[in-house]
Design a protein around this ligand. Structure first.
Ligand SMILES: [Zn+2]
Length: 317
């Protein structure tokens, strides 16, 4: 495994999780809490119950499986030498993800590595529990690793909210994976592509899955949505650097990736369930070599609209 270095934090996971009134929106849907009860294994948000609806696990292609919930992806890549799991959804999704893995006939103990797309509560919240259940190593980009260890995002995150920070169960030990680094479990090789923008640590992961001699490049594309809280501007200002070029570069990078199958952190972003229901014997509708560029094009439209909005003169002053 090509990791830069490993941080060891022997933290006792405390049960004091705080889910707070002005919780941020993630990805396409606005999520706001208002005085919800606080407990250790849940993040409360407007969309959370819908996202966490049960979803039966299913095969995508070859050794790639969907084991997430109805609104939050978790992807399992299997091999005789151990499995890789991408993302843990919400804290309250962990048990469901574990049950989905078992329902497919796999053992949670054979999950040897857990990777994270980006360091938000709706994709990283379940990782701590899944790590404890499996004993797996956890790996992420350096920026995401810092957040998983700290249990909350920093002020460089577009959804940072100093007044009411969202916290998630901390992961005591996280291996950092550099841009273009690879991680290996058994014969699985997963490559990291840094795609910062939605968060500083956003990472798109890619691997090859085969059915006999038919091999596909699978891309787990991270969110490319310019969603923020407070007075954050992707074009800079208010104490933040201009991130617009970096964000546009991430979108272009996803568009250019070798990509036969695209999966996304929220399944709806790439029509995961539509593709599933349209699948027939002999036609795997997940295979679409233009799907990554289509996903990136949609993101480019959103980013452009967001930057235009930021450039408009403020009329409320
Ligand atoms: Zn997010």
């Amino acid at each position: 495994m090509k990791s830069i270095h490993r941080r060891l934090h022997f933290l006792i996971l405390c049960a004091a999780l705080v889910a707070t009134p002005s919780m941020a929106a993630d990805d396409p849907v606005s999520a706001v809490t208002a005085g919800e009860p606080v407990d250790a294994d849940h993040v409360h948000c407007e969309s959370c119950d819908g996202w966490n609806q049960a979803q039966a696990p299913f095969n995508i292609f070859g050794n790639t499986w969907y084991v997430g919930t109805a609104g939050l992806s978790s992807i399992l890549i299997t091999s005789p030498g151990g499995h890789v799991l991408l993302d843990g959804a919400l804290p309250q999704s962990a048990a469901q993800i574990q049950a989905n893995i078992v329902a497919l006939g796999f053992r949670i103990e054979d999950v040897k590595l857990i990777l994270n797309s980006h360091e938000h509560w709706d994709h990283a919240g379940g990782i701590a529990a899944l790590q404890r259940a499996s004993g797996a190593e956890v790996a992420a980009s350096p920026a995401a690793a810092r957040v998983l260890i700290a249990g909350t995002v920093g002020s460089d995150d577009p959804q940072f909210d100093a007044a009411s920070p969202v916290t998630i169960p901390k992961v005591p030990e996280v291996t950092e994976v550099a841009d273009l680094g690879t991680v290996k479990v058994g014969d699985i090789v997963v490559k990291a592509y840094a795609t910062p923008g939605h968060t500083p640590g956003s990472t798109t992961w890619s691997w090859t899955s085969c059915e006999t001699d038919d091999c596909m490049q699978v891309v787990y594309a991270d969110s490319l949505n310019p969603v923020s809280l407070g007075d954050f501007r992707f074009s800079g200002g208010n104490g933040h650097p201009d991130m617009s070029e970096q964000f546009a570069g991430s979108i272009a990078r996803v568009a250019a990736l070798p990509c036969d199958i695209v999966l996304s952190v929220h399944p709806g972003m790439t029509d995961t369930f539509k593709k599933l229901s349209a699948r027939t014997e002999g036609k795997n509708t997940f295979v679409n070599p233009s799907a990554c560029s289509a996903y990136a094009s949609a993101a480019q439209v959103k980013l452009r609209a967001r930057l235009e909005e930021e450039a408009r003169p403020r009329t409320d002053e």
